[in-house]
Each structure stands twice: as structure tokens, then as C-alpha cells.
Design a protein around this ligand. Sequence first.
Ligand SMILES: NC(=O)c1ccc[n+]([C@@H]2O[C@H](COP(=O)([O-])OP(=O)(O)OC[C@H]3O[C@@H](n4cnc5c(N)ncnc54)[C@H](OP(=O)(O)O)[C@@H]3O)[C@@H](O)[C@H]2O)c1
Length: 278
Amino acid sequence: MDGAVDGDVLLVGCGNMGRAMLQGWLAAELVRPECVYVVEPSAALRNLAGALGVRTYAAAAALEPGLSPRIVVLAVKPQAITDVLPSYRPHVRGCVVISIAAGIPVSALEAGLGEIAAIRAMPNTPAAIGKGSTVLFANDRTRPEQVEQATMLLSACGAVHHVEQESLIDAATAVSGSGPAYVFHFIECLADAGQRLGLPPETALALARETVAGAGALAMSSDTPPDELRRQVTSPGGTTEAALAVLMEDSAMRTLLISAANAAHRRAADLAAPTTPA
Ligand SMILES: NC(=O)c1ccc[n+]([C@@H]2O[C@H](COP(=O)([O-])OP(=O)(O)OC[C@H]3O[C@@H](n4cnc5c(N)ncnc54)[C@H](OP(=O)(O)O)[C@@H]3O)[C@@H](O)[C@H]2O)c1
């Protein structure tokens, strides 16, 4: 397997994001199933992972004591991470640890695991269909080839962007990590508006979904900036202009999204607080 991970991969937590990433790695043949070790307490989720051909374990204590993976991926909830870390200390020497836990700083990973090469990554759920956006930050102990391998793994789920400042991971969380939920809510609201104008519910929902998917694909299909795309579909005195006058009055939509992203950003800081050394 050219361009594959050279060694074992240990995935801790195989819920929504963990499984989405695992499926992406296997589909892209970046890892061989027999080289992937998955720790997941839920029997149902372990079975789903096991069906993909990987090795599964209910807890860290069940792993082979000598297991020394090339990459460890932490995909448990931020609230669980402090409890989880110490049991992986025996397995992280010489590897790179990638954590996708929102808000958990590298300092917290080091507090639990010791001096490690650590990468904080923020993926999003379109990763499940290979259309994700992941932002990553690597600490100073991470060697260039480790960053390269981590980037390769995360690329199986979509685009990967690097940031040089760790604080920007929380900014990315507020935009792309939580962002799909904002878009899903936009679809709900647009469908609701369609229903109120008399469309049958299923037609309104189909139109809202297709419009968001189609406009997103159009926005990705060229370098034309979104404000220009907007102007192209806004005829003077037309229907779109009438709607945009409402959305853009006093920067209404911009202000709302900035407030929403700020709330997500503050929450990321709150999640970090209990584990950040004073
Ligand atoms: N979902 C997103 O959109 C998204 C986006 C970006 C980043 N993230 C990050 O991704 C991480 C996972 O999120 P998720 O949505 O995938 O959550 P999830 O579906 O709840 O998955 C987490 C999994 O970890 C398992 N787990 C709990 N304790 C464990 C332990 N000690 N060892 C191994 N596994 C353990 C959980 O099992 P139990 O349910 O049995 O406890 C659960 O199956 C979070 O830190 C989140 O911040 C998520």
C-alpha cells in the first residue's frame, strides 16, 4: 500500500466521528484492517467496528501490553478525555497522538500522557462521506513525517488545513466543527418557510436540502467568491433582492452567525477549563 500508514493505528472511541474516520481510512486503504486497534466500551459500536475487520477491545486494559502503535487517535468526548488518558501511557512512547476532542488543549494531553508528539485536530461530520474539513495543530515535539502521516490519515475524510497557533483550533471548532449543525438548521428553517408559503412539507424539505447542496457545490466549483455568486443571482428589483434586503438589514444574518460562532468558541474554552493546569 503506497502512501499508507507504516505501522499500527490505535483508535480510542468509535462513536460518530471515530467510525467516520475509520471507514475513511479503510476505504482509502491507508491502513490495513488487521493493523487497526479499536477501544470502544459500547458492545454495539464494537460490533460495528469489528465488522470492518479491525481488532476491537472493550477497554485499554485488554490491549496487548507491548502494543506500540505508530499513531493513536483519541475520539472520545471531551468530558471523558482526562479519565481516559492515563491508561494509554504505556502505548504512546514514540508515536504521534491525534486528539479530536473539542476544546481539549495539548497541555491536557501532555498532563495525562507525558511528553508526547501531539496533534489537535478538529474534523466535522461530513467526514463520514469524505467531504469533511479538518483543521490541525501540531506541537513542537511532532516530527515532520508524523505531521505528514497524520495529514494523510485525516485527508481520507476530506480537506485538511494546518494552523500554527493552537488557539485557532477553537476558532475552527466554531466555524467548521460545529458548522454542519448551523447548515442543518438553515435547511430546517428554509423548509419551514416553504411550508408556510403553502408547499407540501416533503416538497419544501426537498427544495431546501437540494438548494443548500446545489449552492454549496456551486460555491466549491470555482474560485468565484461567495459575495460575487450572490450578486450574480440578485437581479435589481427582483425576488432575491427582496429577500436579501431582509437577511442583510442591519447585517442581521452576519450578526447572528457571529454571535453563534462566538458562543461555540466560548464553549470550547469552557471545555478546556477543568483540565487546563492553573
Ligand atoms: N460529532 C462531531 O461533529 C464532532 C466534530 C468534531 C470533533 N468532534 C469530537 O469528536 C469526539 C467524539 O465525538 P462523537 O460525536 O464521535 O462522540 P460519540 O459518538 O459519543 O463517540 C465517543 C465514543 O467514545 C466512547 N468512549 C467513552 N469512553 C471511552 C473510553 N474510556 N475508551 C474508549 N472509548 C470510549 C463512547 O462510548 P460510550 O457512548 O459507551 O460512552 C462513544 O462511543 C469528541 O471529543 C468531539 O469533541 C466531534
